[in-house]
Ligand binder design. Structure first.
Ligand code: NDP
Length: 419
């Protein structure tokens, strides 16, 4: 029925590709296009005898709009799924516009070069005006609204788990459980253990930039920023147990804050073990998380990129990661004049994911919603001209698809709240 061009072939992409190949009724054909074509060919080799989906591969540098536009025009897909890096969001959106094709991604734009003076001037103005200082934000992609609308094309932003499913949970809670939502706490717990002293579960550069940024949350429409890791809570997660979690800045707070202005407070917490935090603090203190190039023995290197080269590839963690993830949202508010609170969450087992698709649960919980988001767009269930996040469409078909494609969820009434 549909033809999808998938850009990137890392940890998340490999799951999205496997799930598209399980869903051949929708994805009759896919093309895997990435910087290192050998990874695309290895995925094709692994899957082609087990699926009806026809798989093609291509080498592409997605920073090159002209080359990418040519590839999209030649392959003529129904949509492009960007599971490369957030650095490529804008160039891939530009190529989709030039080729007249819908766009889907899992993470909002951030620049690779945070010292670029043009970007920096806009960033510093935004920090002052909005009050949060993370490098990533939606403004760059929301600025494409008119271009996508005028072209009659859909851009679906952030269809991973968080952001992605968490915002669908918010739309579902609003539709079925509340007249008014007052607070949303998004809780991301990874109870998995990969046995390494230090490794990240998705791209190390993007992950470490995210978690080392100051934390922030939204209260009454305003951002409140706090030093990184300075708000800590404990929570007893179903399937995992008691964990320490820390308040982080996260992109769905921005989208939910804009699209559900009636919500009084939106926060995001992620669990971290002490060993992870000690390693991260040490790396930060010695300058290894810096995005500013330094000269080393006559060669320019970016410290965080060098660190990425030293750390385990997240796509290789699958066989050794055991334990579970639990990701979801606690909502409080009013229904029929009475106070109500619910918790919607998914529990996912690292080893079950590995058995099914050869990946750990963080790649799995992102790659499955990436496939589902692409399915929503190519089947026309979530197709409208403009730029959207996942809280802006009917959540029901997406929620149904989560149950069907490996991320079953549950709703618990009166959960323990986070103070
Ligand atoms: P990886 O680093 O494992 O994979 C990235 C892939 O993109 C690699 O195959 C890489 O190629 C390719 N790539 C990078 N630059 C280019 C380029 N210029 N042109 C073409 N291909 C390129 O990352 P992950 O799979 O861990 O993450 C993928 C995305 O998922 C990221 O945007 C991340 O932020 C997002 N994510 C979202 C989550 C959510 O819940 N919403 C959670 C986790 C991740 P090469 O093989 O040559 O390096």
């Amino acid at each position: 029925m549909a033809r999808l061009l998938i850009i990137g072939c890392g940890g998340v992409a490999q799951v999205a590709i496997s799930k598209c190949c399980q869903n051949s009724d929708v994805f009759e054909e896919i093309m895997i296009a990435s910087r290192t074509v050998s990874k695309c060919e290895a995925m094709k080799e692994k899957l082609q005898d087990k699926t009806k989906t026809v798989i093609k591969t291509a080498q592409i540098d997605a920073d090159d709009v002209e080359a990418l536009t040519k590839l999209i025009k030649e392959y003529a897909p129904d949509a492009v799924l960007n599971v490369a890096l957030p650095y490529q969001d804008l160039t891939i959106m530009d190529a989709c516009l030039a080729a007249g094709v819908d766009y889907i991604d899992t993470a909002n734009y951030e620049p690779e070069d945070t010292d670029d003076p043009q970007w920096r001037a806009i960033y510093e103005k935004r920090c002052k005006e909005l009050g949060f200082s993370a490098y990533f934000d939606y403004s760059w992609q929301w600025a494409y609204e008119d271009k996508f609308k005028d072209a009659g094309l859909t851009a679906l932003l952030g269809t991973g788990f968080d952001p992605g499913v968490t915002s669908v949970f918010a739309a579902y809670a609003k539709k079925h459980y509340f007249d008014e939502i007052h607070t949303i706490d998004i809780l991301d717990c990874n109870g998995g253990d990969h046995g390494y002293p230090f490794a990240t579960n998705f791209n190390p550069e993007i992950n470490l930039r995210e978690v080392s940024a100051p934390g922030s949350y939204m209260e009454n429409g305003k951002w409140i920023e706090i030093p990184a890791m300075s708000i800590k809570r404990e929570y007893d997660f179903d399937g995992v147990g008691m964990k320490d979690m820390y308040l982080l800045h996260h992109e769905e707070i921005e989208a939910l804050g804009r699209n559900m202005p009636e919500v009084k407070r939106i926060r995001f917490f992620m669990t971290f073990g002490q060993s992870y935090l000690t390693h991260m603090n040490c790396l930060e203190n010695v300058g290894m998380l810096s995005t500013t190039p330094i000269n080393f023995n006559g060669q320019e290197i970016v410290p965080i990129q060098f660190l990425k080269a030293l750390l385990p590839d997240p796509a290789s963690l699958g066989p050794r990661t055991v334990g579970k993830t639990n990701i979801g949202c606690i909502f409080t508010g009013i229904k029929d004049g009475k106070e109500r609170s619910i918790y919607i969450y998914n529990v996912c087992d690292h080893q079950e994911c590995y058995k099914e698709v050869g990946s750990q649960a963080i790649s799995y919980t992102t790659g499955v919603p990436a496939m589902i988001g692409a399915m929503m767009v190519v089947t026309g269930q979530w197709k409208q001209p403009g730029v959207f996040t996942t809280d802006e469409f009917d959540p029901d078909p997406y929620m149904e698809a989560l149950n069907k494609w490996g991320l079953p969820w549950q709703v618990v009434e009166n959960p323990v709240l986070v103070d």
